[in-house]
Design a protein around this ligand. Structure first.
Ligand code: SF4
Length: 446
């Protein structure tokens, strides 16, 4: 049972020291009870109190991890209804359906898709993480597919109604933490026992939310914690309603039987991939933990990965690109060097214009804490001595034979200070607008 704000307050040091950034211990206690603060923010809580507060400070939706190694995915762990209240933490996983009804060639093609569709974006790799292996035909053929899947690094969902076959699949995948689909009111004893024996997360499935609650309650009473919910929705309307009810019950009411991440199957609600993709996009925003798709195509999975990236970035922090040197159009020692800030929008615009120019160039991106060029300059984070020090530190001089650097036109005033920090360098003031970069670079002569 979750503690109230007053109950939490009684366990805090009551010094009102403000180290947690709240004005008083009572304000912190209230925020903690509402899931809007984290216990670790107060460095003065005793170990004894920590143990008692563990439940109150645990996220109202349990975090569940699936898979191991580089493809391990964590879902759930959310604390708010709306992203702008704080942030969403764990992005939903995308799973590709692989049924044993498919031919061998099709199965091999599908096994390779999650690693085929990988995209680099602002220093992170966007990719789907999971495959969902569905048993419909022969047992041995299904188990052979499980063996094939074991060779791949992805997270795996075992979709099978026969407990004996699930057990064999779990034995094959021992140590890989696959997700078991699914415990129901009829089979929860056997499936729950398998989940415990193999320490694998399990899906609680019902035909409606009421039935799901009865399954999760039974699994919880068996001591199982890592549960994912399938409400059985077969239409977009029902799926959206269910997702919202589950999230609101968990966050606002702290209702334990629904305090778990969810899984949805857009392919059961659509008759083509385009519609399925649209439904999946709604499920990213409203609040799926895993989205199982019937196929991956570049034009379907890329927009979904991008939407997921946008929704699951922290709105309290600007999106940034990693500081460093970015080679564009295969530059060499004679190529021009441009410097800019690490606000990701600036990076995309500037790098895009350099790419369009087809002029081989080096782009040096400086960490300005995500501020754009002019804002960073006004905040003292993109000034001459700092930019000069960055040019020295980043090591670009090892890549070039000349000593020239192009700065953004709006920050022409930093050139003098840069020259002091970079003796022997020529500081060239570039164009004010990114759109003028291509014509500017075409005049470049070393
Ligand atoms: S840091 Fe801890 S002790 Fe200090 S005000 Fe916050 S809750 Fe109270």
């Amino acid at each position: 049972m979750a503690l109230t704000g007053i109950e939490i307050f009684k366990l805090l040091p009551k010094t009102n020291c403000k180290d947690c950034k709240f004005p008083t211990c009572l304000a912190f206690a209230m925020a903690l009870a509402a899931g809007k603060a984290e216990l670790d923010t107060c460095p003065h809580v005793s170990d004894e109190a920590k143990a008692q507060l563990k439940d109150a400070s645990a996220p109202p939706i349990r975090q569940v991890s699936i898979g191991t190694g580089e493809y391990e995915i964590k879902i759930g762990g959310e604390t708010v209804l709306f992203r702008h209240e704080k942030t969403f933490f764990n992005k939903p996983g995308f799973a590709l359906l692989i049924s044993d009804e498919f031919g061998d060639d099709e199965i091999d093609r599908r096994m390779s898709l999650p690693s085929f569709y990988q995209y680099e974006r602002i220093g992170t790799t966007l990719r789907p993480e999971l495959i969902a292996l569905k048993h419909k035909g022969e047992d041995e053929r299904f188990l052979n597919i499980v063996r094939k899947a074991k060779e791949r690094p992805y997270g795996i969902i075992i979709m099978c109604e026969k407990a004996s076959i699930v057990k064999e699949a779990l034995e094959i995948l021992k140590g890989r933490r696959p997700l078991i689909y699914a415990a129901t009111t009829e089979n929860f004893t056997h499936f729950g026992a398998l989940s415990k024996e193999y320490e694998s997360p399990i899906i609680a499935k019902g035909n409606d939310i009421e039935e799901v609650c009865s399954v999760t309650e039974k699994l919880i009473s068996m001591g199982i914690k890592d549960i994912v919910i399938d409400t059985g929705a077969k239409t977009i309307k029902q799926a959206l309603q269910d997702q919202i009810i589950v999230r609101r019950s968990a966050i606002l009411k702290r209702y334990k039987p629904l305090g778990f991440p969810t899984i949805v199957f857009p392919y059961t609600m659509a008759n083509n991939l385009m519609k399925e993709t649209l439904i999946a996009s709604a499920m990213i925003a409203k609040y799926a933990g895993i989205i199982v798709l019937s196929d991956f195509m570049g034009e379907s999975i890329f927009p979904l990965l991008l939407l997921r990236l946008n929704i699951y970035t922290d709105p309290q922090r600007p999106m940034t690109t990693q500081e460093g040197i970015y080679p564009i159009n295969n530059p060499d020692e004679n190529s021009p060097v441009l410097v800019t800030c690490n606000f990701s929008l600036t990076y995309f615009i500037v790098s895009g214009e350099i790419e369009n120019s087809r002029v081989p160039s080096w782009l040096c991106v400086m960490d300005t804490e995500g501020l754009s060029v002019l804002t960073a300059w006004a905040a003292g984070k993109f000034v001459g001595d700092l930019v000069g020090a960055f040019i020295k530190r980043c090591g670009i001089e090892n890549n070039i034979s000349h000593r020239k650097v192009i700065i953004p036109g709006y920050t022409a005033s930093i050139a003098g200070d840069m020259e002091e920090v970079l003796p022997g360098w020529e500081i060239i003031v570039g164009p004010r607008e990114a759109s003028q970069i291509p014509s500017f670079l075409k005049t470049w002569k070393n």
